[in-house]
Design a protein around this ligand. Structure first.
Ligand code: ZN
Length: 177
């Protein structure tokens, strides 16, 4: 198994706390991932879709995963398990420093994660406290804050995958570094 940490950043204009609408552990937010077979290197032509609230049984019938998929070329079975509780909203301060914020950890078996697509169903707050629903599928968002009388926006969204290790913390939850 390999743990992949997905983190993201963006240029935020008068906005903060960019995250999926239901928070970083939004049970209905769908992640669109590009996956590559670890055995034969085939990149799946279709993006894999995983959602925290949707699990399927493993082929062994023991346990579940968020995605079970067979490589179309070599037939190898793989699966992806999402690990909640690791994400944080992207703040304006992080954005200004071009820092990445953690979003989700994936425990991937049989597949390498090579891409992620930003989709609909994000939100952020303006400095006056107005919440905006944001569609990041085009990578950009622009609006106007009536209360604060300034433009708000998101642009230059970027992501990265890092291979991380699980750290057990006594009495606390696992962390991934
Ligand atoms: Zn394969």
């Amino acid at each position: 198994m390999v743990y992949y940490l997905l983190s993201f950043t963006a240029e935020l204009e008068n906005l903060t706390d960019l995250q999926p609408v239901g928070g970083c552990d939004d049970p209905t937010y769908t992640y669109y991932l590009k996956v590559k077979c670890e055995r034969c290197g085939e990149i799946s032509p279709k993006e894999a879709c995983v959602t925290l609230s949707e699990e399927v049984p493993l082929p062994t019938k023991v346990g579940t995963a968020h995605l079970v998929q067979k490589c179309k070329l070599c037939g190898r079975d793989g699966n992806i398990q999402m690990i909640a509780g690791q994400g944080r909203p992207l703040t304006l301060e992080q954005s200004q420093k071009e820092e990445y914020s953690n979003l989700m950890v994936f425990d991937s078996r049989g597949f390498e994660l090579t891409g992620f697509s930003f989709a609909d169903a994000w939100k952020a707050e303006s400095l006056t406290g107005t919440t905006y629903d944001i569609d990041l599928s085009t990578g950009e968002f622009a609006d106007y804050d009536e209360k604060g009388e300034y433009p708000v926006g998101v642009s230059n969204v970027r992501y990265k995958f890092s291979v991380v290790k699980k750290q057990h913390r006594r009495g606390g939850k696992d962390t991934f570094i």
